[in-house]
Write a protein that binds this ligand. Structure first.
Ligand SMILES: Nc1ncnc2c1ncn2[C@@H]1O[C@H](COP(=O)(O)OP(=O)(O)OP(=O)(O)O)[C@@H](O)[C@H]1O
Ligand SMILES: [Mg+2]
Length: 292
């Protein structure tokens, strides 16, 4: 339920300890005098999978860009493992352990899969063999098809290459902007499962999604952004069951929610059986919270 409006409600259900990535009261925008983010807050704790949902134009992509140095932060702070990285350049942030996958134009179509992955490691090319092996462990198809041009791949396969490229530098935190966008329902489910697989390999993940229900199903916690500000936060499944969140942001009947949930759980069964749930993850008993 959505009861609390106090400070802790900003990060409802967050585990104790220092976040690996933290945004404090970010104000950011593109045009002079126009702020898109109006004091936005976000915490990602080590090993967490954190979702950001909200209406079109809420500022979700802008939030990721602000974290990754692609839009100027006018005030507020971004901290990586407690160190101030506000307005650092994107290439510096990659070196410091942040990976970012934009929604569009995220592969080099004329290059092969292998060359795309090399681009992801241009700051440290000597590690290619080691990192490529680690990536193929997560995405075996990429190894089989390493010589294929990225331009000839399907949308879902390109998305996989884009994620893999961002993983080449072995980031601590991966920022994903709508990995399921434009994909068929089955391919979208694969993108979500892949996201969770990456998370379970030890990478903290922030995922922005239009597909709010599926996002909430896989997340440890999520933030609802609305008009550039925090509206709700909490464990994914708590938000998914919250009547206010359903009414305002999920825009559908509970029956649809359950159906969607069944779909992902079915698709996910095999993976779960293989890997096993990571111990100690998520706090399903913590309530969601409205941020007033
Ligand atoms: N490059 C830009 N220049 C100026 N305004 C921009 C730019 N990019 C985004 N905006 C504006 O910032 C606001 C937030 O956009 P943003 O892309 O962050 O929203 P979003 O929550 O990601 O939306 P969507 O769900 O549609 O992807 C919108 O009003 C948008 O028009
Ligand atoms: Mg967006």
């Amino acid at each position: 339920m959505t009861t609390s409006t106090s400070g802790s409600a900003l990060h409802a259900g967050a585990p104790p300890g220092r976040p690996i990535l933290e945004a404090r009261e970010l104000v950011a925008g593109y045009l002079p005098g126009v702020n898109i983010l109006n004091s936005c807050n976000l915490e990602v704790h080590p090993g967490e999978l954190v979702g950001i949902i909200g209406p079109n134009g809420a500022g979700k992509s802008t939030m990721l860009k602000a974290l990754f140095g692609l839009v100027k932060v006018r005030s507020g702070t971004v901290l990586l493992d407690g160190e101030d990285i506000t307005n650092e350049r994107a290439d510096t942030l990659v070196r410091r352990g942040i990976g970012y996958v934009p929604q569009n134009n995220n592969v080099f179509p004329s290059l092969t899969i292998e060359e795309n992955l090399q681009m992801g490691l241009y700051q440290d090319p000597r590690r290619f063999i080691e990192r490529f092996a680690a990536i193929v462990d997560i995405f075996p198809t990429l190894g089989d098809r390493r010589r294929q041009r990225a331009g000839s791949l399907s949308g879902g396969e390109r998305q996989m290459v884009a994620m893999a490229r961002a993983l080449m530098m072995d980031p601590k935190v991966l920022l994903l902007d709508e990995p399921s966008a434009g994909l068929s329902p089955v391919r979208a489910d694969e993108a979500f499962i892949r996201t969770r697989k990456i998370n379970r390999s030890g990478v903290s993940v922030v995922i922005v999604e239009q597909n709010a229900r599926r996002c909430l199903q896989i997340c440890d916690r999520a933030y609802v952004l609305d008009q550039g500000a925090n509206a709700y936060s909490g464990p994914g499944r708590k938000l998914m069951d919250d009547p206010k969140v359903i009414e305002l942001y999920l825009g559908t009947l509970a029956a649809d929610v359950e159906q969607a949930q069944r779909g992902v759980e079915e698709a996910d069964k095999g993976e779960r059986a293989d890997k096993g749930e990571r111990a100690g993850k998520g706090d399903d008993d913590a309530p969601g919270a409205h941020v007033g």
